[in-house]
Design a protein around this ligand. Structure first.
Ligand code: PFF
Length: 481
């Protein structure tokens, strides 16, 4: 059974996809990962992946959704049948569902921090506070499993309620207010950072590229982040694409999404690092970065309590518009496959993810160190879940690129992309060869035992070449009459 849902307006897909893309990934994760991974070098890998790999895969993923008009898992099942390919490609859907479930579990915990800060701002309890007080307040928040669980629960329930209500009510109308307001407030914070912080130091930190600064895991983190920030490789965009009107050009939409998303991350990065360097804070302080620097700026700014309150409400809005896109693909699958009602499906997904989220909660306090996770994987449960998503999302994206590049026919692609032959050819080269090679390269480069650039480059070429030569593996011969 297909979902048959279609967005109310032609432009809603763009809005919903930007809503999904712009979120904690831009405002919270991008600045802190950049800070931890040496600045410009991280951004270079991140930006290259967005443009050479992200945009083509964004087009590919939307295409698979709109072509199948089903939730990702059922959609891939449908596409493997209609294109007579191996059913193994269904793994795209399953991998996506697993990533969504993992991401939502920690996303909701972090978004919960923004609830805390909204409250702190609006009650004025941080007015005039200095860096040490604000830092101590953040540490106290992380040290409290009860508070973190409360906020995590509030956030995930709110997201679940919105998705439970369906795609039209709530999602569409909410996004129309939240997104423009977010951009305006972000510019205010940037202006404050420029006026009161060290903008020159921020710009040089972000835009001085020296690849030697990037650790092996930094490569993986940069690529993982570029998929994370565009919501790629896990079915969210595919699920939204399934509701997209057939008339719109995917090419222009995808480029617009990537540009807006990157611009928001850059503005957030510039604003936050201006404040970090202005206040002599460390750029590499990890997940707390945004939650320490921005409250500090708001504590000093005239009308800071109000501006800060509004800012954190908008962070919450951006986070909710992303978290609903994490719930949608899995919920839609449960509805299609098991005939659950939408609220039942949402409840199942949200409950499971909520429970897993408790591990992230505990990673900041009771299980901060010395647990089985640390012994086995050398990191906390939160870091481990993040690492998994850094692998799953690019892997999902790689498979999406290969499937769309090799299995879809010329006329199917042209119908979706609505461009000329030149753009078609460029896109197909990118999804058939460049994107898979880039993902393979970064995966190989991130393996500690592999030194330098040569081996990953050769490895990537071999993998892509093998795939091109053996592309008939795509086709399941047993199904041919
Ligand atoms: N793109 C979102 C962000 O940057 O915050 C996070 C995200 C949402 C990732 C939805 C994946 C996804 F499917």
């Amino acid at each position: 059974m297909s979902t048959h849902n279609v967005w109310t307006h032609k432009g809603t897909f763009l809005l919903a996809a930007v809503g999904s893309a712009v979120g904690l990934g831009n405002l919270w994760r991008f600045p802190y990962l950049t800070g931890e991974n040496g600045g410009g070098a991280f951004i270079l890998v991140y930006a290259l992946t967005i443009f050479a790999v992200g945009i083509p895969i964004l087009i590919a993923e939307t295409m698979l959704g709109r072509n199948s008009r089903r939730s990702p898992i059922m959609g891939m099942r449908f596409l493997t049948r209609t294109h007579n390919t191996s059913r193994a490609w269904e793994s795209i859907g399953w991998l996506g569902a697993a990533s969504a479930f993992l991401i939502l579990s920690f996303y909701s915990v972090i978004a919960g921090w923004a609830i805390h800060y909204t409250w702190q701002m609006l009650t004025g309890s941080l007015a005039g506070a200095d860096a040490a007080t604000i830092g101590a307040g953040f540490d106290a928040l992380l040290a409290s499993p009860a508070l973190l669980t409360l906020y995590h629960t509030l956030f995930i329930v709110a997201s679940g309620l919105i998705v439970g209500m369906g795609i039209h009510k709530g999602i569409e109308s909410g996004l129309r207010i939240i997104m423009p307001a977010l951009f305006v407030i972000l510019l205010i914070v940037l202006a404050y950072g420029v006026a009161n912080g060290d903008f020159a130091a921020a710009a040089s930190f972000l835009f001085t590229f020296n690849l030697a600064d990037l650790s092996l895991e930094g490569w993986l983190a940069a690529m993982g982040q570029s998929f994370f920030t565009l919501s790629l490789g896990m079915g969210a965009i595919m699920a939204y694409g399934a509701y997209m009107s057939s008339e719109i050009s995917l090419t222009r939409t995808a480029i617009a999404i990537a540009i807006v998303d990157t611009a928001v991350a850059m503005v957030a990065g510039l604003a936050i690092f201006s404040l970090v360097f202005g206040a002599d804070l460390s750029p590499g302080q990890g997940p707390g970065l945004m939650f320490v620097t921005l409250p500090l700026a708001f504590a000093e700014m005239p009308f800071g309590a109000l501006v800060g309150g509004v800012f954190f409400i908008l962070v919450l809005g951006a986070a909710i518009s992303s978290s609903i896109s994490l719930i949608e693909p899995v919920a839609a699958f449960l509805v299609e496959r098991f005939d659950l009602t939408r609220p039942q499906a949402v409840f199942a997904m949200v409950m499971a993810s909520w429970a897993l989220g408790l591990l992230t909660v505990a990673s900041f306090n009771v299980y901060a160190e010395g647990t089985i996770f640390h012994t086995l994987f050398g990191r906390s449960a939160f870091d481990f879940i993040e690492l998994l998503t850094n692998i799953f999302m690019p892997l999902g994206g790689l498979l999406i690129a290969l499937f769309a590049g090799w299995a879809l026919t010329h006329s199917e692609v042209m119908k979706e992309m609505r461009t000329n032959e030149t753009w078609f050819t460029i896109w197909r080269l990118l999804v058939r060869f460049v994107a898979p090679a880039a993902v393979a390269f970064v995966f190989l480069r991130a393996i500690p035992q592999v030194e330098g650039y040569l081996i990953p480059a050769i490895g990537a070429l071999v993998i892509v070449g093998a795939f091109a030569a053996g592309r008939t593996f795509l086709v399941d011969d047993s199904q041919e009459q």
